[in-house]
Ligand binder design. Structure first.
Ligand SMILES: [Zn+2]
Length: 203
């Protein structure tokens, strides 16, 4: 049985969201209240939230391209409290099936995928979770627009999921690249909408 809706929360971790984070995304601190409202809305409506987070090793190859960030076990790697629900679980590397089934049934409100690359679909479990839930629509938000958000949205569209991107709950590292990524995601079929409009449409 498929679910109507799935929220996908991309990389809302201290290192990206906080102004003094290791790889702070400009404008991200201003998103926090919107991110919190989206998270609480999902909790109240029992909409499952799939979240992904960077969980790097200290000398990860990605740090040739970006300053070190999201290192597993550091405070900066943790999700900001505003987007973390009580009862959230991190996907187990071994035999996650029972966990995914509990998530699908609403017994786990939020499932967190740890990733080491920009693209959450590089983790095969992402596809397994999506197939299990088979959501009619995926609502995507988080950071950064032209990196991990772009990968997630294009990956979802390649797999023919209906995607709404929440334009006032995302932020780009570079504004020009962010605009370009938005156009690319829209061309791939993602619908752009605001958090308030998304909430109203679901009421
Ligand atoms: Zn990273």
């Amino acid at each position: 049985m498929s679910v109507d809706l799935l929220f996908l929360d991309v990389d809302t971790q201290h290192d990206f969201i906080d102004a003094d984070g290791a790889l702070a995304v400009p404008g991200a601190p201003q998103l926090v209240s919107i991110l919190e409202r989206l998270t609480q809305f999902a909790r109240e409506r029992r909409i499952p939230i799939l979240a992904d987070v960077d969980a790097h090793v200290p000398d990860d190859v990605e740090f040739e391209q970006f300053p070190p960030h999201g290192v597993a076990g550091t405070p900066g790697q943790k999700k900001i409290p505003q987007t973390l629900l009580p009862g959230a679980e991190t996907v187990r590397a071994e035999s996650p099936q029972a966990q995914i089934e509990k998530f699908r049934r609403g017994r786990i409100p939020q499932l967190i995928i740890e990733k080491q690359t920009l693209d959450v679909f590089a983790q095969p479990v992402t596809e397994v979770i999506l197939s299990a839930l088979d959501p009619e629509r995926v609502i995507v938000y988080g950071v950064a627009t032209e990196y991990c958000v772009r990968c997630a949205v294009l990956g979802l569209r390649e797999r023919h999921y209906t995607v709404t991107l929440v334009t006032d709950a995302i932020a780009a590292v570079d504004p020009g690249a962010g605009e370009k990524a938005l156009a690319e995601m829209q061309a791939a079929g993602a619908v752009l909408d605001t958090a308030e409009s998304v909430r109203r449409s679901l009421e």
